[in-house]
Design a protein around this ligand. Sequence first.
Ligand code: ADP
Length: 226
Amino acid sequence: MIDFQNITMLYEGDDSAALDNLSLKIEKGEFVFLVGKSGAGKSTIIKLLLKEITPTSGKIFVAGTDISSIKERDLPYYRRNVGIVFQDYRLLETKTVYENVAFAMEAIQTSPKTIQRVVPKILNMVGLRDKARKYPSTLAGGEQQRVAIARSIVNNPKILICDEPTGNLDPITSAGIMNLLSDINRLGTTVLIATHDNTMVDRMRKRVISLRNGVLVRDEIGGYYS
Ligand code: ADP
């Protein structure tokens, strides 16, 4: 599903590479934690996958496509394949929970009928059936993150990327979010989570990829944070 082949990323003005000849394969349906200290290169991997930046050298394949061959005008279509969830939720504050999720479908011209059918189903799945009419600011952090997750999966992406999804949450709420991500993974979505949350990584016992200074230093199935 994701295949990084000898990826080097050197940002303009930097002396050392953010990713240094990194090769990495993630198969369809995997659940993977990406760990490593601040500056290790986790966000760079995410930005490359979203095609926000272009590698200095190497090739990236996503679902069999060399993403360097994707034209600017086809980027919105490509990005539909990749759902993204951030630490700070990034919800639209002037829209309700329902509208936040519906908006992601409207953005790709989904019919109103389909939106009306799918949004309640997704809100039910993430445990927010009763919060559809609420505004984000009235929700707890964990609930806001559930909205963000609902929004990220409503268009059925092949891959779900989460950048520190539990960074602002307490351990019990974090466990709920991880269980939800695990459920989404079980339904077939490939899940990649960049995190510092050692408690969650150790609890989940999934594949753990560890980076240091842009180099892969550990890759373990059923691994621990450190
Ligand atoms: P992480 O997400 O693991 O904290 P990053 O991918 O953000 O790591 O950063 C990896 C390296 O790339 C760091 O040395 C960082 O300073 C550098 N870097 C990240 N973004 C930029 C940028 N836009 N311009 C220059 N250097 C950057």
